[in-house]
Design a protein around this ligand. Structure first.
Ligand code: GLU
Length: 290
């Protein structure tokens, strides 16, 4: 078993992160497996090395030890770019220059709300073009546009072996089937490269989990809806699909999920107030470490 914790260094770790890290760590340790750490810092406008350092410090304090070197997404931009180039040459992508307002206007029929997917409004396809148009594509994808995966051109048979989907072992254990129809309807042409990043959360997480050999993805239930996108990309890229374990979210006293800016729940705040790692385990309902 190989699990991982993949925080973004855009704020302090809070109780929800501690729960996620401890759960993935304990699962790997109990199975005699491997626990890996990955820093998801593709959003350079929000990532800070000071937050990254704080993550290492908080994890060590919690008793979370990771195996091998830390993977940092900012070191892997070339890998993401090479994959995107290949997808572009395979005719799976198109360039999109719509902004949020364009999408909103094109998507909402009068009187009714636009359908929502894991990344917001399901893209109405404004910039989509035909496979013939793609014969005239420039050799490399334009750097000044987002790149979308054209769900309607997924290779025939890609999902036909009856195994497309994922096993969910977390909150509600079951087998989730992923089909092209559901992807087209519920997700739409997902952005695989943002203009400002040269990649996207979805593409990076899929490539990284595969390169790190992750067998069990442990993460919050807020990412459950994104997992069908990840399964889709794994199929497109010929990568294995791990088992997924989406855990409950830690909420504040009012029942709201914790946000990064909720400094009151930051591990650093609890530490400063004299809490012990055992206290944190108790707060998130995990068995105490021996
Ligand atoms: N970097 C993501 C976050 O901090 C987690 C991604 C994942 O676990 O797949 O929310």
């Amino acid at each position: 078993m190989i699990t991982r914790f993949a925080p973004s260094p855009t704020g302090p770790l809070h109780l929800g992160h501690a729960y996620s890290a401890l759960l993935a760590h304990d699962m790997a340790r109990a199975a005699g497996g491997t626990f890996l750490l990955r820093i998801e810092d593709i959003d350079q406008s929000r990532s800070r090395t000071a937050w990254e350092d704080q993550i290492y410090d908080d994890l060590r304090w919690l008793g979370v030890t990771w195996d091998g070197p830390v993977m940092r997404q900012s070191d892997r931009l070339d890998i993401y770019r090479r994959t995107l180039n290949q997808m572009w040459w395979d005719g799976l992508l198109y360039a999109c220059r719509c902004n949020r307002k364009d999408i909103q206007e094109a998507a909402s029929a009068p009187q009714e709300g636009a359908p929502m997917g894991p990344d917001g409004i399901v893209y109405p396809g404004t910039c989509r073009n035909s496979p013939e148009d793609r014969d005239h594509y420039p050799a490399l994808p334009p750097a000044d546009a987002a790149l979308r995966l054209d769900m309607s051109t997924l290779p025939m048979g890609l999902f036909d072996d009856g195994a497309a989907g994922f096993t969910e072992t977390g909150l509600n254990p079951r087998r989730i089937v992923v089909t092209p129809d559901a992807l087209m309807r519920d997700v739409g042409d997902v952005v695989v490269s943002r203009r400002d990043m040269g990649t996207s959360y979805h593409l990076s997480v899929v490539l990284d989990d595969a390169d790190q050999g992750v067998t069990h993805v442990v993460r919050g239930a807020d990412l459950f809806d994104a997992t069908q996108i990840h399964v889709c990309l794994q199929r497109v890229l010929g990568l294995p699909t791990p088992t997924y374990h989406h855990h409950d979210l830690i909420r504040d006293d009012a029942g709201k999920r914790l946000a990064k800016r909720d400094d009151a729940r930051a591990i650093a705040t609890y530490r400063a107030e004299g809490a012990t790692p055992h206290d944190i385990r108790q707060m998130v309902g995990l068995p105490l470490a021996e």
